[in-house]
Design a protein around this ligand. Structure first.
Ligand code: B12
Ligand code: SF4
Ligand code: SF4
Length: 372
């Protein structure tokens, strides 16, 4: 393909190339057909985000997520990650399952007061989003290539060292909330982000205005005080980190606050008033799978490793492995035991104590000690 047959990389529109504004209108239509609720375009200059990234790393807020430190400032430099990139197309994909009731936030909060129930974060109840978002972004790239011819691109969703929230904010998909996630007036924050890095100088969008104002509901709602200041998250305290990313023992002082949350956490998002506008997915991929909502802690505790692997096939939960899954459940069962005194819980813990490895055994002992 000759240069004059496509949108020029330096931003000029050569004779015969499609009009970039009209092309972007088409791209938006395709994105909607593919299940994306929002789409926007930004350039690759994230220099103003670099001090925040460095401060976050220097404070040690990434804990044991070595992959966050490994790439340093490359996270804020998309053109170093994929040479030739001049624009990033960011997309949002809502993940509330189809048919979610308008009162879903109250329903989710009510679960936390059912100590025997296992609470898995909403985003993780269906198919692994990495695959869904990446596959659909690749479709988007293919449609664009069919229109303008081959072009340089890469698709990402949580898969590259890149500041996705920053990019999406600059592309006008929403603003960064005080809980650090991206949110939008018409979509809340219950969506995933993904990106298409392109070597096409498409017109960029304007960033969205922030609308948190004086609200601090997410900060107040966080069970472990992980949002240490507006826009600053100490991941080491975040239940999402503790249950998903963190290997090894869960700090004892944070265990009680985890309640019955065994995979991820939604509290800061449930508290956010803008999430009354959260959208449901147009895709069946995020439908709730069996066992992922409404199951009891003891039902999930009964899954052996083979059962865990079978039931989490294609789910994001699979990647934490059975050992971390059991560790998380032991903490939640300990919390339920403290709260209810239901002897069946203590029995189930004791029955598993003998065959447990050192990590699980320590968590079981802690759990049993929650009540005399
Ligand atoms: C690492 C990570 C985590 C970590 C850390 C989260 C975090 N806020 O950093 C943990 C495991 C805790 C986590 C949890 C969750 N995550 Co996460 N996570 C990521 C990941 C891979 C990187 C985020 C990152 O770069 N963090 C680094 C810090 C530096 O970034 P930051 O908080 O945005 O900080 C900026 C500013 O706040 C400021 N700043 C921060 N600290 C400080 C300190 C000082 C002193 C200063 C001056 C400035 C400053 O500067 C920074 C740069 O601008 C992204 C995917 C990606 N590649 O971007 C997904 C991502 C952010 N996560 C996502 C989701 C869905 C979640 C959960 C909701 C999952 C769940 N239900 O359990 C929770 C929400 C917790 C929360 N409130 O953030 C989505 C968010 C979608 C959206 N609507 O925004 C993403 C985008 C994944 C995706 N592709 O969809 N996550
Ligand atoms: S996900 Fe949960 S623990 Fe993490 S910051 Fe939000 S409310 Fe706090
Ligand atoms: S709860 Fe309030 S402060 Fe937090 S993100 Fe939502 S609007 Fe912003």
């Amino acid at each position: 393909m000759k240069d004059d047959e496509r949108i020029a990389r330096d931003g000029r529109t050569p004779a015969g190339a499609p009009d970039p504004d009209r092309l972007v209108v088409r791209v938006r239509e395709w994105a909607r057909e593919l299940g994306f609720s929002q789409i926007g375009i930004a350039d690759v200059h994230l220099a103003t985000a670099e001090p925040g990234l460095l401060a976050w790393l220097e404070a040690g807020f990434h804990g044991s997520m070595q992959y966050m430190a490994a790439h340093g400032l490359r996270r804020a430099r998309p053109a170093e990650l994929v040479p030739g990139t001049v624009r990033v197309i960011s997309v949002a994909m809502p993940y509330l399952p189809q048919g979610t009731a308008p009162g879903w936030r109250d329903d989710e909060r009510a679960r936390q007061h059912q100590p025997g129930e296992a609470v898995i974060s909403v985003y993780a109840r269906g198919r692994d989003y990495h695959k869904v978002v990446r596959a659909r972004l690749q479709h988007l790239a293919d449609r664009l290539a069919a229109e303008i011819g081959p072009f340089g691109h890469r698709v990402f969703c949580d898969s590259a060292p890149v500041l996705e929230v920053e990019l999406a904010g600059r592309a006008g998909l929403g603003w960064r909330g005080k809980h650090t996630l991206l949110l939008d007036r018409s979509a809340g924050s219950m969506f995933f982000l993904g990106e298409l890095f392109v070597d096409l100088a498409l017109p960029v969008d304007a960033p969205a205005e922030p609308h948190c104002g004086r609200c601090s509901a997410c900060i107040d709602a966080c069970p472990t005080a992980a949002i240490v200041a507006p826009y600053r998250l100490d991941a080491r305290r975040c239940i999402s980190y503790l249950t998903i990313e963190h290997d090894g023992p869960i700090p004892v002082e944070l265990r009680a606050a985890m309640g019955n949350r065994i995979y991820g956490c939604d509290d800061c998002q449930l508290a956010c008033p803008w999430n009354k506008y959260a959208r449901t997915s147009t895709l069946a991929d995020f439908e709730v799978r069996p066992g992922m909502s409404g199951a009891t802690l003891l039902q999930l505790w009964a899954w052996d490793e083979a059962g865990f692997l079978r039931r989490t096939e294609g789910s994001p939960i699979r990647r934490i492995g059975h050992a971390r899954w059991r560790r998380n459940l032991a903490v939640a069962i300990g919390n339920a035991w403290r709260e209810t005194g239901d002897a069946v819980l203590a029995e189930a813990l004791r029955a598993a104590r003998d065959g447990a490895d050192a990590l699980l055994a320590e968590h079981i002992d802690w759990a049993l000690a929650q009540r005399a």
